[in-house]
Each structure stands twice: as C-alpha cells, then as structure tokens.
Design a protein around this ligand. Structure first.
Ligand code: PSU
Length: 301
C-alpha cells in the first residue's frame, strides 16, 4: 500500500539526485493572505528557496492526490480557489478519498513531507494554544504533529494572537525542541520578541541540521520547531501590535475552530492597514531562506 503522492518534475529530479528540498504549506495561500498577494508570495517563497540552493515543494491536496510541488497553473488555481478546505491530520484522508481540494496546514504539510521523504519545512508561524483555551480547549493540531512527525519546521515563532506561554508549556510537555535562531528570546511572528525566553538557542543552520540528524540517530519521534525572528526592518513591535491583537480578538467572539486564525489574520490586516501582511510576507521569505540552508546542511551530513 502506498500513499497517493504526485511529485512535480522539479521535485522528482531533486529526489533522484539527492538535492536538498524544502516543503512549503498551502493554507497560508488559501486562508492566510488575500489574492493576489498570496500568489505573489507563494512564488517569491519558491524563488527564495531556489536562490538559497534548495528545491521548493509546495504541498496541496487535489483530485485525490497529495501534490508535492505544484506545476503549471496549479499554484495560481489554488490561490484563486475560494472554497479550498483547510486540512489538518483529522481531515487529510477524507479530503483525498472524497477528491476535495485541500490546503495543508502545518500539521498536514508535516505528514505529507514525511511521506515524501522531505526533512525541512518552512511556514509563517505555527498554530498553538489559543487564548482562553482553558475554557474552549482550542489548541492547534500543529503541536501534536510536532510531537510525532520528524520534520524540522521553520517559523517566526507562534502567532502572537495565541497564548504564547501556554503554547511553550504544551510544546515542552510534548517533548518538542523549540530553537531560537540567533536569539535568546522567543519570536512572536510580527515582533522579534514575545518577552519569553526561547528554550534552546542555535546560531547556524549547520547546528540545527546536526540536531535534526541526532534526533534520527536517537530514534526520537517528532520534529523540531525553529523560531526565526522577523527581519528588523519589517517587524511591528509588540507595543504596537498587541493592542491591535486585543481589538481583533474582541471582534472574534462567536468565531470558532478552524475559522479563528484566518479571521484574526484578516482583521489584523484591516486594523494595521496592510502592514501586518507586509510583515507576514517578509517573515515567510526569511524562513524559506533559513529552511533552505538547513536542508542543504542535512544533505551534507
Ligand atoms: N503561517 C502564516 N499564515 C497562516 C499559517 C501559517 O503566516 O495562515 C497557517 C498554518 O497553516 C497553520 C495554521 O497550520 O495557520 C494554524 O491554524 P490553526 O490555528 O487553526 O491550527
């Protein structure tokens, strides 16, 4: 029994020749950014991975297949699909068996990357423990996935809309290494610091790659979360973004489950008059470059 994987020619060639590959998710395209910036960003992310010496593999579910690398106009079609489903571990099999078009979250992209033999994945920011989770239990499936699937995920920390101290606690309980890249502070997506210490610190892609390889030697399940701070020029300092997040959260009353994160990202875009999107694009590109460097180092090990 084999998984229904369809590789783009570029990714198939990379696999055949042992070239470094970086997995990229698609929920950020369908649910994280408006059109046409979503499409422009997806293309730029792929370009940044290539320029940094690795091969991009954007992952999405279409026609009953897990697409590893989107060819031709597939990326453009996905970016304009209004009703793509947001797919996590719980929905991935149903989406494929029903033939729906599905955008993969961090959790689902990790599953697909592992099936495809890809070790490194770049995103914007992972999901986590939502504020008020002690009442509504809203905790992203991304955290459990990091605990069980051996992919190194590069993000700009967890999104600041979340309860970051609780997110860190859950990651620690689940045994997920959280590595600040070149920083002692946990980055908070739009800002470089959440005001919390990063549990681990590494300063080079080679160190992160060596830790990934060591986890494999130890037979540890689960991945690593690399928290890469947004470039200084594009950050929105926490004293500016926090009141906006509070306002967006107040507007989100009545929104639940999978809708929460996309709603908050859209609301924060409106309240910052687009500045949050500029920051989001910048941090994703930054993560793509670091992921490519890590993938190259893993290949060299
Ligand atoms: N990074 C971004 N924008 C996004 C996401 C990541 O810059 O929209 C997506 C990822 O797919 C992640 C999801 O898995 O947000 C988290 O959703 P939730 O909180 O519902 O688990």
């Amino acid at each position: 029994m084999t998984a229904p994987l369809t590789f783009s020619a570029e990714v198939a060639n990379a696999k055949a020749n042992g070239l470094p590959i970086v997995a990229l998710e698609s929920t950020i395209i369908t649910h994280g950014m408006p059109f046409p910036q979503n499409l422009e960003t997806a293309r730029l992310v792929e370009k940044n991975v290539r320029d940094a010496g690795a091969v991009p593999a954007t992952i999405a579910l279409m026609d009953g297949q897990i697409h590893i690398g989107l060819e031709g106009d597939a990326l453009e079609r996905l970016a304009q699909t209004k009703d793509a489903k947001k797919i996590s571990r719980a929905d991935i099999a149903a989406c494929l068996s029903m033939g729906w078009t599905g955008a993969t979250t961090v959790a689902a992209t990790m599953i697909c990357a592992q099936l495809a033999g890809i070790h490194v994945f770049a995103t914007g920011g992972i999901g986590g423990v939502h504020r008020g989770a002690e009442l509504d239990f809203d905790i992203s499936a991304d955290l459990q996935e990091l605990a069980q699937t051996a992919v190194t995920v590069v993000g700009a920390g967890a999104k600041a809309i979340l309860d970051l101290p609780k997110t860190l606690e859950v990651l620690e309980t689940l045994g997920v290494p959280v590595i600040g890249y070149g920083t002692d502070d946990l980055p908070a997506f739009w800002s470089r610091s959440a005001g919390l210490p990063a549990p681990l610190r590494m300063d080079t892609a080679a160190e992160i790659a060596a830790a990934h390889v060591m986890r494999g030697k130890l037979g540890l399940s689960g991945g690593q979360l690399v928290a890469n701070p947004i470039p200084v020029a594009d950050e929105i300092p926490s004293d500016q973004i926090n009141p906006i997040i509070e306002a967006a959260l107040a507007d989100a009353k009545g929104i639940s489950a999978k809708e929460v994160t996309p709603f908050l990202l859209r609301r924060i875009f409106d309240l910052t008059e687009g500045r949050s999107l500029t920051a989001n694009i910048s941090l994703v590109l930054n993560n793509a470059r670091l992921a490519a460097a890590i993938a190259r180092e893993i290949g060299a090990n």
